[in-house]
Design a protein around this ligand. Structure first.
Ligand SMILES: [Zn+2]
Length: 287
């Protein structure tokens, strides 16, 4: 099945694909094992930083290998790519989905690049995600609140979104409706579902993604999926599980130098996070 077909199936059946960020082969393994155990399709994705660390071709090849090894469908997404060149390279290398994030550019420039990238990606049957109103925050633990992080930013405007989607022909909209990247120590996120409902009403054929899936209460995520979200991005909670377990394992095993022997519990901890998300997203047994 193509990425578009998976998204359409999720939309019709009202569940979502988890889009999990990978920063290392260990996170890759944890996500693949979780998906295999839950019999769930998954999207693995790489942000610009993760892409430069792992290398685009490695990401595609690892996804292919893990997909064969665990007998699960793994789709590969280029997450928050900001340049045409990066998108073009990912299209050529066999990514399944391209998220072009021009939300920091002037509107016209974002629109023109999104049109160009969508045209190129559609020639190969790939899915394109666009972003108009910048989704704030970053994939880390923030000391303040989500409210402070959102100050001065605007939620996605349905009228503008319709124009942008019609002019670009893109498939997925990275909507901003209270979702913020990262986890917040002083007050988390509250989704504004009325904004999502307006978007879904005005753009019935468009897919909607939920960025900043870490730290949002499970019930709110389920409510968003019931209103048309078919892709939920998760990064920070994976990074937290990885780091906390790694610190513990290193502390408890001061004389072990075979790093791979220390990584089993770390992979298991990340896998637990991913399995839980897969349950919340409703993609269990969807293979
Ligand atoms: Zn994001």
């Amino acid at each position: 099945m193509t990425a578009w077909e998976w998204l359409q199936k999720a939309k019709e059946e009202k569940w979502a694909l988890g889009a999990f960020n990978v920063g290392s082969i260990e996170t890759f393994k944890a996500i693949a094992q979780a998906a295999s155990k839950k019999r769930s399709p998954v999207i693995i994705e790489v942000s610009p930083g993760e892409t430069s660390w792992l290398g685009m071709k490695n990401v595609v090849d690892l996804a292919h290998n893990f997909s064969l090894m665990y007998e699960i469908p793994i789709l590969v997404n280029l997450d928050h790519a900001e340049s045409f060149v990066d998108c073009q390279q990912a299209i050529d290398l066999g990514f399944d989905l391209i998220h072009f994030d021009g939300s920091n550019l002037p509107y016209e420039e974002n629109l023109q690049l999104a049109q160009k990238i969508t045209e190129l990606a559609h020639q190969k049957g790939l899915v394109v995600e666009v972003e108009m109103d910048h989704i704030v925050g970053s994939s880390e633990v923030h000391s303040g609140s989500a409210q402070e992080e959102m100050k001065g930013s605007k939620f996605t405007d349905p009228g503008k979104a319709r124009e942008f989607i019609e002019l670009t022909g893109a498939d997925v909209l990275a909507a901003f409706f209270g979702n913020v990247h990262g986890v917040f120590e002083e007050g988390g996120e509250n989704l504004h579902l009325a904004v999502l409902e307006s978007l879904a009403g005005i753009l019935p054929k468009t897919f909607f993604s939920l960025h900043g899936g870490s730290g949002i209460p499970d019930e709110q995520v389920k409510d968003a999926i019931a209103r048309g979200v078919i892709k939920v991005n998760v990064n920070t909670e994976i990074r937290q599980a990885f780091r906390h377990k790694l610190e513990e394992v290193l502390k408890n095993n001061p004389s072990e130098y075979a790093i791979y022997k220390l990584e089993g519990p770390v992979v298991a901890e990340v896998q637990k996070v991913v399995e839980h998300k897969i349950e919340v997203f409703g993609s269990v047994n969807k293979i």
